[in-house]
Design a protein around this ligand. Structure first.
Ligand code: ATP
Ligand code: MG
Length: 421
């Protein structure tokens, strides 16, 4: 018996409606903010992620699903969405169109990680990218969009934490200070962080190792190093957030796991789902377009983990949508009636009524039991007399009430069904 690979999850029919509900709410909010959907490949050239996500990140160093295809090209299953969106943006010259370009995506991502609650090897992200605007109003817009989704879903008690990572110039000074500080505490750092010390000392702040975390607590804060422009940008972002009625906390230890961020970074964190508590994370990446293409184009975005979002919603006992039952179950007695039922189902479906017929040659009793288990809202039985007269009894399964219907007038049948909703 072949089982599913570790870290993957089937979303079975008795659960998929929750995903549809959450995705519908998300798409609705995107419409309100006028973000358009983008779809892009599940795999890309490995180099895209090495350059886009960053060679020194955990994602690239340890977590990628990389393989060679039959032509010996190195390809990688996307570990995140931003690099692919940015590649597409550059490749199709979208920066030459109207800006900002506001995009969203609903995708699965792949990371070779240790599976646990809220951490899978194939997981799902909703993400947005706002491309072409350097202004702090867009930082707030993107954060507001995430916030609007949580609000519309009824999610409570999420904590928004923000930080600024500054630009390259301020980062340089900060990086020197970090190097000096962590070198002085080198003995307490894990092996990976000792390596990070040379290549990318800021990554140490993101280490999950307890001893590293303890040391990182007192590390020099980026906020003491950011330049005038970055500082103004951060202040203005905060003013926009306050104006939008969004509460936040500034936390200089938020550095995010991907290399491409600059200026604003943020996370929405939940206290309800254990250790994997970041539901949404994002930030500005004004250097990414230059890294991947030959253009300068500001941008920012976030990604929200849908598994974690659903975990929070379930922990909070929130409405997660409902399975939509079939409108009518058309039962039939005998092969003639079965053919008639198929024709009737076709007419009903064309009129916008969802209809189901017996496909198993079940007895009438077994058909009714099936209809009941499916939660069909109405049922109708087709036998000889129904075929002869063209009339039947439409039964409301919840109340038992029966309505005499003309089988040749689906519009009238449809009215009876819609009225009962
Ligand atoms: P973490 O610190 O939890 O590893 P991350 O910084 O690696 O998160 P991002 O790359 O920012 O995560 O991805 C955005 C969001 O995607 C996360 O906040 C989380 O909700 C979700 N996510 C990331 N990795 C996984 C995973 N392996 N399984 C499930 N969800 C994930
Ligand atoms: Mg991670």
């Amino acid at each position: 018996m072949i089982k599913m690979p570790r870290g993957t999850k089937d979303i079975l029919p008795d659960e998929s409606y929750k995903w549809q509900y959450v995705e519908d709410v998300i798409k609705g909010v995107c419409r309100d903010f006028n973000f358009k959907e983008i779809r892009f490949p599940t795999f890309e050239h490995t180099e895209l992620f090495q350059r886009g996500v960053g060679d020194t990140t955990d994602v690239v160093q340890k977590e990628m699903y990389t393989f060679s295809d039959k032509d010996n090209r190195s390809l990688t299953l996307r570990p995140e969405g931003t690099a692919g969106v940015m590649r597409s943006f550059v490749e199709h010259g979208l920066y030459g169109g109207a800006l900002p370009l506001k995009l969203f995506y609903l995708i699965s991502c792949f990371r070779y990680e240790k599976p646990q609650a809220g951490r899978l090897r194939e997981f799902h992200q909703f993400g947005v990218e706002l491309l072409g605007s350097p202004s702090p109003a867009s930082d707030a817009e993107v954060i507001s969009l995430a916030n609007a989704i949580f609000t519309r879903l009824g999610v409570r008690d999420l904590h928004l934490i923000i930080n600024s990572l500054g630009c390259r110039d301020c980062r340089k000074e900060h990086s020197k200070a970090l190097k000096a500080y962590f070198t002085a505490h080198k003995d307490g750092l894990c092996d990976t962080c000792r390596e990070r010390l040379e290549k990318n000392p800021m990554r140490i702040i993101d280490c999950k190792n307890e001893s590293c975390k303890e040391i990182a607590k007192d590390a020099p804060s980026i906020l003491d190093y950011i330049c005038g422009e970055c500082s103004d940008h951060f202040e203005e972002t905060k003013r926009h957030l306050t104006a939008a009625g969004i509460d936040f906390t500034v936390d200089p230890t938020i550095v995010r796991g991907l290399d491409y961020y600059s200026k604003t970074v943020f996370e929405f964190v939940s206290g309800d789902i254990g250790a994997q508590s970041t539901v949404c994370g994002g930030g500005r990446y004004d250097y990414l377009a230059r890294e991947l293409g030959d253009i300068d184009c500001a941008g920012l975005g976030f990604a929200m983990g849908l598994e974690r979002l659903l975990l929070v919603m379930e922990a909070q006992g929130l409405y997660v949508g409902e399975d939509r039952p079939c409108d009518v179950y058309i039962a039939s007695m005998g092969s003639e009636a079965s053919v008639y039922a198929s024709g009737l189902a076709a007419k009903m479906r064309a009129a916008g009524i969802s209809a189901e017929t017996d496909l198993m040659k079940k007895s009438l009793k077994a058909q009714m039991k099936y209809a009941d288990r499916q939660g069909a809202r109405f049922s109708v039985v087709i036998g000889e007399s129904e075929m002869e007269t063209g009339r039947a009894q439409l039964k409301n399964m919840a109340t038992g009430e029966k309505t005499d219907i003309d089988l040749n007038d689906v519009t009238a049948v449809s009215a009876v069904i819609k009225e009962a909703k």
